[in-house]
Design a protein around this ligand. Structure first.
Ligand code: AMP
Ligand code: MG
Length: 414
């Protein structure tokens, strides 16, 4: 851990350095729990899953038609077969299929063991019990073989893996109705600031509504997280310390917003360095420079800045990455897009900037981006209108119209 006083004079950490330090400092949670498939969407698998059955379980028809054995049939000539029964999905044909015979069969219905061909109903002419097949009928087709999707005993999913809707369907197709997943990450969050007012109350002079907790509540909407909203804590060192300590005993992560910079009423860093260990508290990004990261015992804390846009940026680029790592989810690199910039963007070298932009695609598939408006870190309307961040590296000193820029999409929960 870093001595706070000596860090004052050190250059700010780049975002990559900050992420590397977080990666070293936190370990994926090890606890697990068993959940039913219906409750497993988005959860991180904590077991290897092997199939105890073949899928398909039995040979069956891939389409509606007629099934028969092609032994003794000369496919170069038209032929006729005698219809002796039907195999329905869920109600198999019980008899034996002999040479010269066929059955009516429907998609998903079990094939008699003697059958090796299914011919589409559209390709035959049925006259009573006599079915006419044309020359060059494609034999040996339209059969789903046992285990052709998944073989009995094979590894279906290796841990860790985040389960999506398709995975749930696949597991259900194998008869698996519950899975062992990583336990929930327990996250507490609160706002700090004497000026913050709860929604539903009128604003007195000097007060503002606490919007950050609503942003965080949305950003933390993830099936792997169990969140505790601790409300607003005043700018008071004792109260702050008590809140951090109390939260650290029951949670894996604490996220606070506000009070993280170096103003007279910014106590978060000081309090955290008293009750825990601050790993770093300044990153070379804009918005979001003052961001305290460290640990109180086993609990990680993120002291985010108070400015509402800085909360979104630091959450997206730092906290979300750390929470994913903690949840045990496999690391996924998000797609990076490049777009032609249609606005002049002001920037001075020194910090990596995340400017709010509107990304569009022309009919040739080419991406264009323009600024979504004022870029100050208190302006929520321009981030609300944005669908991406324009990412400008530390050394960049502005963008002209026509320059290529990197853009990261803004998703529903970032
Ligand atoms: P601070 O980091 O406490 O110095 O706050 C920086 C700015 O963000 C100030 O203008 C605060 O009023 C504002 N701010 C702090 N916390 C919140 C919050 N929870 N919701 C909205 N704005 C906030
Ligand atoms: Mg404050």
């Amino acid at each position: 851990m870093i001595d706070l006083c000596s860090q004052e004079s050190k250059p700010m950490l780049s975002i990559d350095e900050a992420l590397a330090r977080i990666k070293t400092a936190i370990q994926p949670i090890t606890g697990s729990e068993t959940v039913t498939l219906k409750n497993a969407l988005g959860r991180v698998l904590a077991e290897q899953i092997y199939s105890s059955v073949n899928s398909p379980f039995e040979r069956n028809a891939a389409m509606d038609g007629y099934a028969f054995s092609s032994a003794n049939i000369n496919k170069d000539q038209p032929f006729t077969l005698n219809l002796i029964g039907t195999s329905w999905a869920g109600k198999p044909f019980k008899g034996t299929l002999l040479a010269g015979q066929c059955i009516r069969i429907f998609t998903g219905a079990v094939l008699p063991s003697e059958a090796d061909s299914v011919i589409m109903q559209e390709q035959v002419v049925a006259k009573g019990q006599t079915i006419h097949f044309s020359a060059h009928t494609a034999l040996g087709k339209h059969i789903r073989e046992v285990g052709e999707d998944i073989k009995q005993g094979s590894l279906v999913y290796a841990s860790p893996k985040k389960l999506n809707a398709i995975d749930l369907g696949l597991l259900a197709s194998l008869g698996i109705y519950e899975v062992t997943v990583k336990r929930l990450v327990r996250i507490a969050f609160f706002s700090t600031g004497d000026e913050l007012t709860e929604l539903g109350k009128p604003l007195a002079s000097g007060q503002i509504y606490d919007s950050n907790r609503y942003t965080l509540n949305g950003l933390l909407n993830d099936p792997n997280y169990c969140i505790t909203d601790m409300g607003v804590i005043a700018d008071n060192k004792q109260l702050l310390e008590a809140s951090f300590i109390e939260a650290s005993t029951k949670h894996d992560v604490i996220i606070s917003t506000g009070g993280a910079s170096v103003g007279e009423a910014d106590f978060v860093k000081e309090v955290l360095s008293r009750c825990g260990e601050v790993d770093f508290w300044k990153i070379a990004i804009k918005p979001g420079k003052p961001l305290a990261f460290g640990k109180i015992g086993e609990c990680c804390f993120f002291g985010l800045p108070g400015n509402p846009v800085a909360v979104v940026v630091t959450f997206k680029y730092i906290v979300a990455t750390a929470l994913k790592q903690l949840s045990g989810a496999p690391e996924l690199k998000s797609l990076q897009l490049t777009a032609i910039c249609k606005s002049v963007l002001k920037k001075s070298p020194g910090r990596q900037e995340y400017q709010r932009g509107i990304l569009t695609q022309d009919i040739n598939g080419k991406y264009f981006v323009e600024s979504s408006g004022k870029q100050d870190s208190n302006i929520l309307s321009s981030i609300s209108q944005a669908n991406c961040f324009i990412v400008l590296p530390i050394e960049c000193n502005g963008v002209q119209i026509g320059n290529e820029v990197r853009v990261d999409l803004i998703g529903e929960t970032i």
